[in-house]
Design a protein around this ligand. Structure first.
Ligand code: B12
Ligand code: SF4
Length: 488
């Protein structure tokens, strides 16, 4: 608790023991990225007034009981919800909490409720949904709940009122992230995440939103093509404070487009070098940003520890890239990849296959580009995902107009998963089989292998060269030995 200069407690501050409890829940998922969304909204609440409890189902095998043990005296339960598998767990916990305490306000926020603010409220265990950026909206919700006031008119959220009607309040303007309190990592067991990740890697978010308009992505819909980012000196100071405390080796910037402002990245790299932090870092970059980035910034980034970039390729065909409004050309991907090679930076270059109207030739162009990128460096990975139509984008509006039916219930949305789901109606079973085989042989052809696997690798390279994936006995045998990992 803070005290004033004369030692007296300022009048508005409550003793910590009588703070109001706010419980936040992160559903089950397979990766151990720190729950940055909950950190963001939890840190924005005044710590002198509110006690924030974050429960992460990925860490807590008995998360349901932990939630139940906290809700008796809680002001509300906030749940972060991504589309796909996390919805089932979010539903399970919200329902259990409501059963135990029917008057507990349950607030859903994050990407799925941002797209389906009203629809999520057809679920009786959810009372409020928050759309887009959550810090200010959640702080106001909590304040109103604490004061016993209605949420009617609270900007940025949709609520079920007492008479059962659903009211969509006005949207909230995107606020500059510099105005928010620093994320309080003390709210989560950082060491436990390090342990589960198997490395001392800190997740950090330095911006929200994105200025681009890719037709397959939820971001333009949720953030309205706006971008707000932390000022670099402040960001470096925050990182240094965290480094002094946790001594992490690596930072994974989880921003959608970290390189939106080259000057910001340049200044941050300078600050990291000057701070003396011994770290590496990874971030996202668009191919067009890579070629615009001056060489001196590349050099500075490398000096400050940049080790890996994620550059979304999506398709190897310029025709498809135009259609999905990626606003890059495939040549730019290779130009950026060349720079990465020159500056010694590893790369993830994800592709998406199965866009509506994608032809066999388009898919082949993607597979060929993946091969070319992968052969450039053993540190260039080219994961291939299947297109899943998320609402709010041109592609989905078109698909729906042509008869594609989006899921209608939360349970159905829970089965709608980028990673684990079916490849979508635009990929034939034969094509799916071919792509799955390609993925296997392509990966084996270029990865670092022990001497005993060299022969298998030579065979895989031969197959990729010839595009011959028939009779994949090596694949079937390997999968029998090591079953595929669950991804959601
Ligand atoms: C880390 C991450 C993950 C982690 C999740 C970690 C966790 N907490 O469980 C993992 C790896 C598990 C994951 C999985 C998936 N992810 Co992901 N992921 C991200 C990433 C890179 C960062 C998320 C983050 O922490 N952001 C920082 C916080 C501060 O921002 P935020 O999440 O937007 O939160 C703000 C608001 O949304 C809101 N808010 C969020 N939660 C809540 C809760 C409450 C109560 C309130 C009031 C407000 C609120 O307030 C926050 C502060 O403003 C984002 C991209 C991005 N930069 O956001 C993609 C992103 C969220 N993922 C996406 C996708 C597609 C997926 C996957 C479907 C598969 C895939 N191929 O990546 C799966 C789905 C889940 C599954 N099947 O398990 C999409 C969103 C799709 C969607 N509609 O949900 C994104 C936007 C990437 C993209 N552009 O396509 N992901
Ligand atoms: S795919 Fe990346 S660049 Fe395109 S809109 Fe989404 S976040 Fe922005």
């Amino acid at each position: 608790m803070t005290t004033s200069a004369n030692g007296a407690t300022p009048p508005l501050m409550k003793p910590r023991a009588s703070r109001l409890k706010v419980v936040l829940y992160n559903p089950q998922a397979v990766f151990f990225t720190m729950p940055l969304a909950l950190l963001a909204i939890g840190s924005e609440l005044d710590p002198d007034l509110y006690e924030v409890v974050i429960i992460d189902a990925r860490l807590d095998p008995d998360a349901e009981n932990t939630v139940l043990s906290h809700i008796d005296d809680a002001l509300c339960l906030g749940v972060t919800v991504l589309t796909g598998a996390p919805i089932s767990d979010a539903l399970r916990i919200s329902r259990a909490a409501k059963r135990a305490r029917p008057t507990l306000p349950v607030v859903w926020g994050g990407w799925h409720p941002s797209m389906f603010a009203r629809e999520c409220l057809f679920e009786k265990s959810v009372d409020v949904t928050v759309s887009g950026q959550g810090e200010e909206t959640f702080a106001e919700i909590v304040q109103r709940l604490a004061a016993g006031r209605s949420l009617a008119g609270c900007a940025g959220c949709t609520v079920r009122l007492e008479d059962g009607t659903i009211q969509e309040n006005p949207a909230r303007q995107l606020a500059q992230v510099d105005g928010f309190r620093a994320h309080d990592y003390g709210l989560i067991p950082v060491e436990r995440y390090f342990q589960l990740k198997g490395k001392r890697q800190l997740d950090f978010i330095s911006s929200q939103g994105c200025n681009f308009r890719c037709a397959f992505c939820s971001d333009p819909f949720v953030y309205g093509r706006q971008w707000v980012g932390l000022e670099p000196v402040r960001m470096a100071l925050r990182l240094k404070e965290l480094w002094d405390r946790y001594r992490f080796d690596d930072v994974n910037f989880q921003d959608e487009t970290f390189f939106t402002k080259a000057s910001r990245v340049h200044a941050l790299a300078d600050q990291i070098v000057e701070s003396g932090m011994k770290i590496t870092w990874a971030a996202t970059m668009r191919a067009d940003q890579g070629i615009r980035l001056p060489d001196e910034v590349w050099v500075r980034c490398k000096q400050s520890g940049l080790r890996r970039l994620l550059v979304g390729v999506e398709s190897g065909s310029n025709e498809v890239l135009k259609r999905i409004r990626k606003d890059i050309k495939i040549e730019q991907v290779f130009e950026t990849a060349e720079k990465m090679l020159r500056f010694g930076i590893a790369g993830h270059f994800p592709f998406i296959v199965g866009f509506p109207d994608e032809t066999d030739a388009h898919i082949q162009a993607s597979l060929d580009c993946a091969k070319r990128l992968r052969s450039m460096s053993v540190d260039f990975l080219t994961p291939i995902y299947y297109f899943k139509p998320y609402p709010g984008s041109a592609l989905v509006i078109e698909a729906v107009a042509r008869g594609f039916r989006l899921p209608e219930t939360l349970e159905a949305w829970a089965g709608f998963d980028y990673v684990a789901g079916e490849p979508g109606p635009w990929v034939s079973p034969e094509k799916f089989e071919l792509i799955e085989r390609f993925k296997f042989f392509h990966e084996l052809a270029w990865k670092r292998v022990t001497r005993s696997k060299r022969l298998l690798q030579q065979l895989a390279r031969y197959r990729c060269d010839k595009d011959n994936y028939r009779w994949p006995v090596e694949m079937l045998f390997t999968r029998w030995l090591v079953p595929a990992q669950r991804l959601s």
